[in-house]
Design a protein around this ligand. Structure first.
Ligand SMILES: [Zn+2]
Length: 412
């Protein structure tokens, strides 16, 4: 007879897998593609979800009603990587908002090498159906991210049904962007005071960078883009742009913002004041550096695959080559975003400028990678300079120190 004594108890899992749209309902509708987010497993997670760092509060102030909260520990939900993403089920909206937020926080923790906590016992509240309107924003007073929902315009026939209800809380990009605002606010609360044009622009740039590089967490999706673009990731527009559905449904005719495509014009940075547009110049420079290092890192693979010429022939790339190139794309994304995030510790508490940011990023990176074998710092400083962003005292050479110059590091 089998004894049930002395058997070790089965430990709780380390990870929880949850499904989401890739990267919003419109894109999933067009591509048939979904994401599975892999996040830490919180034991004792209550319905909401209501966890240690994040609480989803699904009250709809416009309709004055509560939606039934999802219980992610419910066995049928647990057993199939969460609910299937659905625009008509508010519980899947709660699941997606929670999953993306936890994923962003975890990435932040990994780059900074320490546990992330809100102030005291605070948690970040996510309100997936906060109001009727074409917007989503982080509210520092309420320590909450408020997501709006709205109807697609009657003329929006591009990829949405005219008059269809659209939810900002279903866009992985919008969630990642807004949650990053909350994280930046936790670490630098005085960046809510615009003492110079770079302060808000930095908030926006940083939130966009985290959201864009979040795409690279999904290896199979990166492989698809590598194959489709024949390794020319600069052409992989959907991988390098944000909030396609939101952008199209709000009359932009394309994604909300894109990390690639514009030629560097230094004067643009001097003249641009609107925070999103000014921040987008910084983001574009970071992606210039990303693409330059990516290209250098896959050059050997391309040579190996082409008998030395590096010029890919016609036809599809071999799956092995796609896999190896996507591996480099993902690794490089991690390296570049990690570099920018780690610079945070070196930023001043108030009145930040992009000059300060460049100096902080370069200084933090030099501590960790003194030799900078792939010349990422050099590429970044050069890409920023070409777009008109540079602090006095920082030079492209990886061997020179970057202290000195005007302490305030005005960059424009
Ligand atoms: Zn923003």
């Amino acid at each position: 007879m089998l004894s049930t004594h002395n058997l070790p108890s089965v430990p709780a899992p380390d990870r929880r897998r949850l499904r989401a749209f890739a990267f919003d309902p419109m894109s999933s509708r067009l591509s048939g593609r979904f994401l599975t987010l892999d996040i830490p497993f919180e034991t004792g997670l209550k319905a909401g979800p209501d966890g240690e760092l994040v609480q989803v509060v699904d009250y709809d102030a416009t309709r004055r009603c509560w939606y039934q909260p999802v219980d992610l520990d419910d066995p049928p939900v647990l057993a199939q990587d969460g609910l299937r993403p659905s625009e008509s089920d508010p519980r899947s909206h709660q699941q997606i908002a929670y999953a993306v937020t936890m994923s962003v926080i975890e990435r932040f923790q990994r780059f900074t090498g320490r546990r992330f906590r809100w102030r005291g016992d605070d948690r970040l509240r996510l309100v997936p159906h906060a109001f009727f309107g074409r917007n989503a924003y982080f509210d520092p007073e309420r320590r909450a991210v408020l997501f709006g929902y709205y109807r697609a315009g009657e003329t929006d026939t591009e990829a949405n049904l005219p008059g269809q209800m659209l939810f900002t809380c279903l866009s992985v990009d919008i969630i990642a962007h807004e949650v990053t605002h909350a994280i930046v606010h936790r670490m630098r609360p005085l960046f809510t005071i615009a003492t110079n044009p770079d302060v808000f622009a930095f908030h926006e740039a940083f939130a966009d960078l985290v959201a864009l590089f979040h795409h690279f967490l999904f290896r199979d999706i990166v492989e698809e883009f590598v194959a489709a673009s024949r390794s020319e990731l600069a052409d992989a527009a959907a991988l390098l742009s944000l909030a396609d559905e939101f952008g199209r449904s709000t009359g932009r005719g394309g994604p909300l913002r894109s990390a690639v495509g514009s030629e560097p014009v230094p004067a643009e940075f001097r003249e641009t004041r609107e925070p999103h547009t000014r921040g987008a110049i910084f983001v574009a420079a970071v992606f210039d550096a990303y693409l330059a290092t990516y290209k250098a890192q896959i050059a050997d693979l391309r040579r190996l695959a082409t008998g030395g010429s590096g010029v890919l022939g016609d036809g599809e790339l071999s799956p092995d080559l796609v896999r190896r190139i996507a591996g480099e794309a993902v690794r490089n994304a991690d390296r570049v975003l990690g570099m920018v995030v780690r610079g945070f510790d070196y930023l001043p508490p108030v009145d930040v400028t992009f000059g300060d940011v460049v100096r902080a990023v370069v200084t933090a990176d030099r501590d960790l990678f003194p030799d900078d074998a792939i010349n990422l710092r050099g590429h970044l400083v050069e890409a920023l300079r070409r777009r008109g962003i540079f602090p006095p005292g920082v030079v492209s050479s990886p061997t020179r120190r970057c202290c000195g110059g005007d302490r305030r590091g005005r960059s424009a």
